[in-house]
Ligand binder design. Structure first.
Ligand code: DX5
Ligand code: ZN
Length: 219
């Protein structure tokens, strides 16, 4: 398996101090996880183009944009223009994501699919070939700071097995409740990319928190 990547979720950062907080961790992580919420697909609002555009001006980190919205297909060009690198959309919104994947690629974006905790592995199986990343949610989407749902681990394991058996270049990401205690469980199941919000930006020393997370994963 590849070395692990860490993708801090800015949802847990102080939005009044976002540029400085991102600059503080930039050298220690592989990408930034940006949660876009519309108040429809999930019962919460977060951020959109202006924040992404402002962040793009202060960091060269890849932006992994997790789109928790009912209509991500209608603003992919704007996301690319604002500075997104890769977008992930929910299979619960697009049971057949073929068209949205094409739109994302036409906009110059990487593409991934997200599965909510209740969504079975089988939903993504026919579409692995069109993905750069598969995201297994380990909390119900909408809010940071929730507890890790351990029962998603067999789904991670299954995804890993199939990705490896078909020799696909698909990263497996886990999102929600990742801490130094839960990350090793996810790693053992086959995760490449670890989203961490509260455990990074909620820590008094985010750089130390990232080091602690990496040490736990690599253990
Ligand atoms: C939840 C988001 C997550 C969230 C993770 O809907 O998709 O990315 O920010 O936050 P923590 O790490 O606090 O669970
Ligand atoms: Zn997310």
């Amino acid at each position: 398996m590849k070395p692990a990547s860490i993708a801090p979720s800015i949802l847990a950062a102080d939005f009044a101090d976002l540029g400085r907080q991102v600059a503080g961790i930039e050298a220690h992580v592989e990408m930034l996880h940006i949660d876009v919420m519309d108040g429809h697909f999930v019962p919460n609002l977060s951020l959109g183009m202006p924040v992404i555009r402002s962040l793009r001006a202060v960091t060269e980190l890849p932006f992994d944009c997790h789109l928790m919205t009912t209509n991500p297909d209608s603003y992919l060009d704007e996301l690319a223009e604002a500075g997104a690198t890769l977008v992930t959309v929910h299979l619960e919104v697009f049971p057949d994501p073929t068209k949205v994947a094409k739109l994302a690629r036409a906009a110059g974006l990487g593409f991934g699919l997200v599965l909510n905790p209740q969504t079975p592995y089988e939903a993504v199986d026919p579409f692995l070939e069109i993905c750069d990343m598969v995201v297994i949610m380990s909390v119900n989407p909408g809010f940071g700071g929730q507890g890790f749902i351990e029962s998603v681990l067999p789904k991670v394991k299954k995804t890993r097995e199939v990705v490896d058996s078909r020799a696909l270049r698909v990263d497996i990401q886990i999102d929600g409740g990742i801490t130094p205690a839960t990350a090793p469980l996810a790693r053992r199941a086959g995760v490449d990319v670890f989203v961490a919000g509260t455990s990074v930006f909620g820590a008094s020393d985010p750089v130390a928190a990232i080091a602690e997370l990496r040490a736990a994963i690599d253990d």
